[in-house]
Design a protein around this ligand. Structure first.
Ligand code: HEM
Length: 179
């Protein structure tokens, strides 16, 4: 998992819960990188999972909700870092339908070792999209947060339903309807 995912996560934890919480979850975890991350490095996903688990235990917020809020923050980081990528779209449904065959392809050129999910488009109309998310990391709520912010970015709103195909969240159907 890319370092930028860790550095932005720990910044957000510091902003919302304070530096003491950052120290606490780092010390409670058994981290390969000892809690020291740089934006350009690559680290084990299990480090992120432990940080999330301990933050969840200390705040009583579910990991899904933490991932949702974190993704909404991460979208603005992406929008600032890669404006050209997002600006090449005029429409949220078009953008989301292009994660797999454009956006994440570009991401892989920048970070060859990125651990990305797959999004398979099953059905698409001007105002709706059905996609299957697949990833061993089961970060479907992270995907949901990024999708919410994608609609907001284009001044639009949508109703997004998640249907788990696999109980562990490694395969999830997204049913997206623009309002
Ligand atoms: C992960 C880039 C848009 C879904 C990531 C990661 C990067 C990235 C750098 C982390 C990879 C790693 O840690 O190894 C981008 C950029 C985008 C973009 C630059 C737009 C400019 C989106 C959108 C979605 C999405 C719109 C909508 C669903 C995900 C998910 C992950 C991810 C779910 C987590 C990894 C997983 O589930 O396996 N993306 N992304 N991305 N991205 Fe994107």
């Amino acid at each position: 998992m890319k370092g930028i995912v860790f550095t932005e996560f720990l910044d957000l934890v510091e902003n919302k819960f304070g530096l003491a919480m950052v120290d606490k979850i780092i010390h409670e975890s058994n981290l390969e990188a000892n809690g020291v991350y740089t934006a350009v490095g690559t680290y084990k996903f299990s480090d992120m999972l432990q940080l999330l688990q301990h933050l969840s235990a200390n705040t009583n917020i579910s990991i899904d909700d933490l991932l949702l809020v974190y993704a909404e923050h991460f979208f603005s980081v992406l929008a600032q870092s890669y404006p050209g990528l997002i600006d090449s779209y005029k429409d949220p449904i078009e953008m989301l339908a292009s994660i797999e065959n454009h956006i994440h392809i570009e991401v892989r050129k920048i970070y060859p070792d990125a651990e990305l999910p797959t999004f398979e488009v099953l059905e698409k109309t001007d105002k709706s999209l059905i996609m299957i998310y697949k990833s061993s990391r089961a970060m479907h709520y992270f995907g949901l947060g990024l999708m919410n912010k994608t609609f907001e970015h284009f001044n639009a709103t949508a109703t997004i339903e998640l249907e788990k195909i696999k109980e562990d969240g490694t395969e999830v159907k997204f049913i997206i309807k623009q309002d």
